[in-house]
Write a protein that binds this ligand. Structure first.
Ligand SMILES: Nc1ncnc2c1ncn2[C@@H]1O[C@H](COP(=O)(O)OP(=O)(O)OP(=O)(O)O)[C@@H](O)[C@H]1O
Length: 757
């Protein structure tokens, strides 16, 4: 009786508090709607003014219109589950925590932005260190409705995961990543709020929230360093377009839209690259020596002639000796400008030399007045434009585009052999391909490298970019003075030049947003760069990325055990040494939120047996179902697959089954799945809608997750990666609930560790 009475009392107290929370949350939505209406009205008013007034008035109006529109977009984006927490502290204060900060007309704070210092205790208070928190409340919402709440007890000795966290990690996956703002855990929060300067490496096993942390850190940095980052922007780089699609809703749901997001293969403006099918080729193109190969390739396009020749200018023959060209080349190289700019020095030198000859022929006695200033300029022009001269100058020092040069380098055997004496004949054969081949993702760093060595073609860059760059160069000194910390501090002394810092200056506001301009400009330097799945990157890719933040402000997240290639790096120190020396710091994530322990243990066993450096994170959930290995013969394989899919779809209503295989096996699987599940097969691009069977290669599945994973022929995945188990390890750890593997191999053909399942 007492119990019943007690529980009735508790229930009614809970309901009362729930209603109170609902009332408060309704006030917050009232405020959100009010603000939105206000901005909408301001926007409508400014749009109604149309195209009147001077150019300056119009451009001011455009800026305001953009500002209002951005704010409206932000308010729309945070509408879903606006509030998720409440903190009651020992000073009798109580604050609600949400996606953005809100105040009323009297500037009384109604809602604290999760990134504000006052919200930090929501994530950091623990039983051992409550930080003045008496009660931490998780408010669970669907859309605008408060469904329930849960209070954390900060009692010493209690370390249980909150219900909010458990329901978040157990929920069926939608196929696109969601934010974790309501349930960020303490070790994650410490990384998100870490200082911006320097290179921070976040190492963590599969499912530890590295991607989630990277995205929330981007939002946190933009909030905390808004002024600085508004000028330079933040770049977030991931491994593939499918991955970028998977994560691209997270930042908008946090009210941030200004981050430049790009796969590493599409980082060079104007190039949409294709995958590099053969890992051996990717490995060669990623080697540090490729920098020298590109440099050589440029030098080989600065060449003299084998013997003396004659050029025809205005009916007169002028002689050109190889030694004269060599001298002009030396001169141009000494200018230390990029190839296309140094060409001007070369051309000037040659024209001057030819002019001297011509003048001596036209007017042997300099004092006779025949060659005055106007004549001189006319004659030089004539020489420069003479067909023979142009042909000769181009032959000796051709203006080059980075894409044109890399295309030639990879398709002309002699050019490649001369530029890459350090590569073996087999390696050269691997690199060679037909001219005009689509650029692959491992060509992109070579193109970027070439772009640095070549410089812009003189008429290549749009005028706006040029004038903006010039203006920045003029004031680059000031950028150095304005740095908030000394260069020595961050270990880049002597490396930063005025040119590199030029882009840190106040940009023109006449075209596009910072993100648009940054995306279009290969020389843009960002205020901060975040690299996800960083274990995959080659030396050449790192060079390309470090060029984009000369101040070395980086967050690098990855898991060395998940690297694919046989050449994979085994420690961050070796990877980063050439770029940051020892000036980097390491944080680790230790809890796996995605994959149940039963599955991670099996995956870790495979990785360990292959000698990979695995740090097995502690899985938050034990999992209901052990991983399964099904042996079948080739004829029964597809039936077996369909059966597994059916079982899994029933087991996880609304869930997503991910079928993972090699590229080669995936073609046949696509046919089978499409014919059995018409309009239900999802390849990761476009919207998922009602599609519930996903098909991906092990490479494409990097960073993604599925409720049920079915791996077809695990031994093929290892063989396709040249014997490395990284890809298989990744595939096995994509599961949030169940893992099944289907194989036609015999026990002894399976990768070590799998036979124990
Ligand atoms: N604090 C958290 N609250 C709720 N869900 C979380 C939390 N941290 C991570 N998750 C969820 O766990 C899953 C794995 O996270 P994420 O993809 O960021 O991990 P990862 O370390 O990048 O994984 P991998 O290296 O295997 O690709 C995601 O569904 C993510 O939303």
């Amino acid at each position: 009786m007492t119990d019943q009475q007690g529980s009735t009392n508790n229930t009614s107290r809970y309901d009362e508090e729930l209603n109170a929370e609902r009332d408060y949350v309704a006030t917050l939505y009232g405020r959100l709607d009010g603000l939105r209406a206000e901005k909408q009205e301001q926007l409508t008013r400014i749009q109604a003014q149309g195209l009147q007034g001077s150019y300056q008035n119009q451009s001011e109006r455009d800026s305001f219109a953009n500002l209002y529109q951005d704010r409206i977009n932000q308010l729309n984006a945070v509408d879903d589950r606006l509030v998720f927490g409440r903190l009651d502290t020992d000073d009798n204060a109580s604050r609600h925590i949400g996606r953005i900060g809100l105040s009323d007309d009297q500037r009384t704070r109604l809602l604290v932005d999760w990134r504000a210092p006052e919200a930090a205790s929501f994530y950091q208070a623990t039983a051992a260190n409550p930080r003045g928190v008496e009660r931490r409340r998780h408010i669970m919402m669907t859309g605008r409705t408060v469904e329930s709440f849960e209070d954390d007890v900060l009692n010493p000795g209690e370390h249980e995961a909150s219900q909010a966290l458990l329901s978040a990690v157990s929920a069926p996956r939608t196929g696109v990543m969601g934010d974790i703002v309501a349930t960020i855990q303490q070790e994650q929060d410490a990384i998100i709020r870490d200082q911006m300067r320097g290179v921070l490496v976040v190492q963590g096993g599969p499912g530890t929230g590295k991607t989630a942390v990277a995205l929330h850190r981007a939002a946190y940095l933009l909030y905390t360093h808004r002024d600085r980052l508004a000028k330079n922007g933040v770049l977030l780089v991931g491994p593939s377009e499918a991955f970028m699609n998977y994560i691209d809703q997270v930042l908008p749901s946090l009210g941030e839209t200004g981050v430049v997001m790009s796969s590493v293969g599409n980082l060079y403006p104007g190039i949409v690259s294709v995958g590099e099918v053969q890992p051996e080729i990717a490995e060669i193109k990623g080697r540090a020596i490729m920098q020298k190969v590109v440099e050589n390739a440029v030098s080989l396009r600065q060449r003299s002639i084998p013997e003396t020749t004659w050029v025809h200018v205005d009916g007169i023959d002028l002689r050109v000796r190889p030694s004269q060209i060599r001298r002009a080349i030396r001169h141009a190289r000494e200018s230390e400008r990029p190839h296309n700019q140094a060409r001007e020095v070369f051309v000037d030198h040659m024209v001057r030399m030819l002019y001297d000859q011509l003048r001596d022929i036209v007017s042997p006695k300099r004092q006779d007045g025949l060659v005055n200033k106007a004549d001189r300029s006319y004659l030089r022009q004539e020489i420069r434009q003479a067909t023979d001269v142009r042909r000769l100058l181009n032959m000796c020092w051709m203006p080059l585009s980075p894409t044109g040069m890399i295309d030639e380098l990879l398709s002309k055997p002699k050019y490649l052999v001369d530029a890459a004496p350090m590569l073996s004949a087999d390696e050269i054969r691997l690199l060679l391909r037909a001219p005009g081949h689509a650029f692959t993702e491992s060509d992109v760093p070579l193109i970027d490298e070439a772009a640095v060595a070549l410089g812009d073609l003189v008429d290549e860059a749009p005028e706006a970019t040029q004038s903006w760059k010039q203006r920045n160069l003029d004031t680059a000194e000031a950028a150095l003075d304005n740095m908030h910390y000394t260069l020595e501090d961050i270990g880049v002394d002597g490396v930063v030049t005025a040119e590199m810092l030029a882009a840190a200056q106040e940009p023109e506001t006449t075209w596009g947003s910072v993100a648009d301009r940054a995306r279009a400009d290969r020389t843009w330097t960002y205020g901060h760069v975040i690299v996800d799945e960083a274990q995959e990157l080659t030396h050449m890719q790192w060079r390309m990325l470090f060029r984009r933040s000369p101040l070395r402000s980086f967050t690098i997240v990855g898991d060395l055990a998940q690297a694919s290639g046989a050449y994979a790096n085994t420690d961050w120190g070796t990877v980063l040494e050439p770029f940051a020396g020892t000036n980097w710091r390491l944080s680790e994530l230790t809890v796996n939120y995605r994959t149940p322990a039963r599955i991670t243990d099996a995956a870790a066993a495979v990785a360990k047996r292959a000698g990979r450096p695995v740090t097995t994170p502690k899985a938050l959930r034990q999992g209901e179902f052990p991983p399964q290995l099904i042996h079948t013969d080739a004829t029964a394989q597809h039936d077996s697959l369909l059966q597994v899919i059916e079982t899994q779809l029933k087991r996880i209503p609304g869930g997503l089954v991910g079928v993972i295989s090699t590229e080669q096996d995936s073609q046949q699987l696509a046919q089978v799945l499409n014919s059995h599940y018409p309009d239900r097969v999802w390849t990761g691009t476009g919207r998922r809608r009602h599609r519930d069977v996903a098909l991906a290669t092990a490479q494409q599945a990097k960073g993604l997750e599925y409720d049920a994973v079915v791996i077809i022929e695990p031994q093929h995945i290892v063989a396709a990666a040249g014997g490395a188990v990284g890809d298989l390890y990744v595939a096995m750890t994509r599961a949030t609930q169940t893992l099944t593997m289907i194989t036609t191999a015999t026990e002894d053909q399976l990768p070590a560790g799998l036979d124990d399942i």
